[in-house]
Design a protein around this ligand. Structure first.
Ligand SMILES: [Zn+2]
Length: 264
């Protein structure tokens, strides 16, 4: 009787370690980029574009406590291209450049010593600006963008936030060139990263972006990062609040949840 119990315990332990070892092999060479929009209490429009400051703090703490640390998108690109993804490294991105990122996300990121990238819609700087089906929101000013650079790197999210799959080539070029140039003039820094508005990319995106001097670009496509990721079509994970999460959404991101749950 006692022997049976011991055998069962040994058997279960072996199975547990085999599963854990399998998960480590599966996930240790994968990384991820988080995508956020508004970090503030819900104010209408798409719920998935909001994360409350409390939930954001919980998410960052969860990752911090499991030993995850942020890296820049430039480092992420380097790791992908050198096939040397460092376990427990990830990047954080914020689209559009909302003032609430400064009010709520900035102090939380600072608390955990995390860094992130903000993709700024240039025409929205210092203004109230709205996107389809979303209530308007205040965006960061030039002063704000200058003051947050200890935590946030600034990237381009175009001038006017158009759907780049639907506009002429000359408009695409102007949006990409002008936003990079304007941001670097205003802020006195190099703009290295781009993010497609609405996640919509365009013909020859890779060639155009690299010729303009962008190192990476982010989509809204869901997925983890590995050595095969295209640095001009980087997938990102939208880690929703439980209240905004559907069953389908949960299963779509199961890979991510398993990875961070086991701290791999
Ligand atoms: Zn956007």
């Amino acid at each position: 009787m006692k022997n049976d119990l011991i055998k069962k315990i040994i058997g279960l332990t072996v199975v547990f370690f085999m599963v854990y070892y399998f998960l480590i092999l599966q996930y240790k060479n994968k990384s991820f980029i988080l995508i956020y929009h508004r970090v503030e209490p819900y104010k209408g429009g798409y719920k998935s574009l909001y994360v409350s400051p409390e939930a954001f703090d919980r998410q960052m703490k969860f990752l911090y406590d499991r030993g995850y640390r942020t890296i820049s998108l430039e480092k992420m690109k380097h790791n992908i291209e050198k096939n040397s993804i460092i376990p427990k490294t990830f990047s954080i991105t914020f689209d559009d450049g909302y003032k609430n990122n400064l009010e709520f996300a900035y102090p939380i990121l600072k608390k955990y010593n995390f860094k992130a990238t903000i993709f700024m819609t240039v025409n929205a700087i210092g203004k109230k600006f709205s996107y389809p089906y979303m209530p308007e929101a205040q965006h960061m000013s030039v002063e704000d963008l200058k003051n947050i650079q200890d935590i946030f790197e600034i990237g381009s999210h175009t001038m006017s936030h158009p759907d780049l799959s639907q506009v002429d080539e000359n408009i695409i070029l102007a949006e990409l060139k002008k936003s990079k140039h304007n941001l670097s003039e205003i802020l006195g820094i190099e703009i290295k990263h781009f993010c497609y508005p609405f996640g919509k990319y365009f013909k020859d995106y890779e060639k155009v972006l690299s010729e303009l001097g962008y190192l990476t670009s982010c989509t809204t496509k869901n997925g983890l990062i590995d050595k095969n990721s295209n640095v001009y079509l980087l997938p990102r994970i939208e880690w929703k609040e439980i209240s905004a999460m559907s069953v389908k959404d949960f299963f779509n991101k199961l890979d991510f949840y398993i990875k961070i749950f086991f701290g791999i």
